[in-house]
Design a protein around this ligand. Structure first.
Ligand SMILES: Nc1nc2c(ncn2[C@@H]2O[C@H](COP(=O)(O)OP(=O)(O)OP(=O)(O)O)[C@@H](O)[C@H]2O)c(=O)[nH]1
Ligand SMILES: [Mg+2]
Length: 330
């Protein structure tokens, strides 16, 4: 059966042949795998590509373990309640947004490709912090190959667009292809029957920036119309602050986390530093987060907050809710 390889696949194959570094090879192989039409005629090629990817991943893992530690721009250590990676075309305002929402100070400038390496910042929200990662621009023939790795390991993706720009649609197309290479699928968008394997479903939000230059939101409406289903749209002005206060809670809520205040019997709860757990976490998951051993020993908890009454006793499989106070008993 003919393989019917697409021009995009052949182009990725060309780049693989030219690739010199380990990361570049791995990246292009992953891309080839993603672009390969999946049918009986390509089964052999699929198996071969998977084998090569696995081998390169293993080599990478060995190199990482062996050290010495090298700066890897494709990896930013997650901190706080979760990590959002911002991607967007040049000058769309990624750095301005990270500057406005976090304590970080990335360079903001009116010329393209100002940001050269990823830069994380922490966004305070109520009593937690959410990590935002600024990145170099995505543009045809100028996209850093490691961006797909960053997107792959993030908890959520922000597609930052300048709504006043002439090429919102093309930019969006580029951003979606980075997500495709990263094997990320927007949460809330139905998976097609021919979806490639191993897709990671994550929250994806499109940010329509520079709202101050679009007072009647004509450009924002056009940009909104180009956004595929499942990707929500937020109109903001990173420079003037409009829309940012609504964005903060959204960035926490879309991480699907809960905050739990642990309390020792007879003592007041620590309301300063909540434990941040995934929505659906149980008493046992909280105990594990407090101390690995406690995860095994915990028998029940008393909870304040969403319980029917204060101090209600619940078993270790009880599902906790955001802002519960929990006293663990083993
Ligand atoms: N009017 C207006 N200008 C903005 C806004 N956000 C950013 N800018 C301007 O847009 C230009 C680019 O902003 P940056 O934040 O550097 O854009 P970037 O996406 O990080 O750009 P690169 O790092 O080059 O990819 C700067 O001149 C900013 O002052 C906004 O909300 N409104
Ligand atoms: Mg920048």
């Amino acid at each position: 059966m003919p393989a019917n390889l697409t021009p995009q696949y052949k182009e990725a194959e060309q780049r693989f042949r030219r690739a010199t570094s380990h990361d570049e090879k791995l990246e292009t192989l992953r891309e080839m795998l993603a672009l390969l039409p999946k049918h009986k005629g390509t089964e052999k090629i699929q198996a071969d590509l998977r084998h090569r990817v696995a081998k390169l991943e293993e080599e990478g893992e060995h190199a990482r373990r062996a050290g010495p530690q090298r700066f890897d721009p494709g990896h930013v250590r997650r901190e706080g309640a979760g990590q959002w990676v911002l991607i967007g075309p040049p000058n769309s305002g990624k750095s301005a947004l990270v500057r406005a929402l976090t304590h970080a100070h990335p360079e903001v400038a009116a010329y393209p490709f100002t940001t050269r390496v990823p830069l994380p910042g922490m966004m305070p929200f109520e009593d937690v912090q959410v990590q935002l990662v600024d990145t170099p621009a995505v543009a045809p023939h100028h996209t850093e190959p490691y961006l797909a790795n960053l997107v792959h390991s993030a908890d959520g993706i922000l597609l930052v667009l300048d709504v006043t720009s002439d090429d919102v649609e093309e930019s969006l197309h580029e951003l979606l292809s980075v997500m495709e290479r990263a094997r990320v699928w927007p949460e809330g968008r139905p998976l097609p029957p021919d979806a490639p394997p191993f897709l990671l479903v994550k929250p994806v939000i499109a940010i329509g920036n520079k709202r101050d230059l679009d007072p009647d939101e004509t450009f924002a409406a056009l940009a909104r119309g180009s956004i595929p289903p499942g990707i929500t749209f937020h109109s903001v002005s990173a420079e003037h602050g409009a829309g940012l206060e609504d964005l903060r809670p959204t960035l926490f809520e879309r991480l699907a986390c809960i905050r739990i205040y642990a309390k020792e019997p007879g003592k007041k709860p620590d309301l300063e530093k909540p434990f941040v757990l995934k929505r659906g976490a149980t008493v046992r998951a909280l105990a594990l987060a407090v101390h690995k051993e406690l995860g095994e020993r915990v028998k029940y908890a008393r909870i304040w907050g969403t319980a029917r009454f204060d101090g209600q006793q619940v078993d270790r499989d009880h599902v906790l809710s955001d802002r519960d106070v929990a006293e663990l008993h083993s």
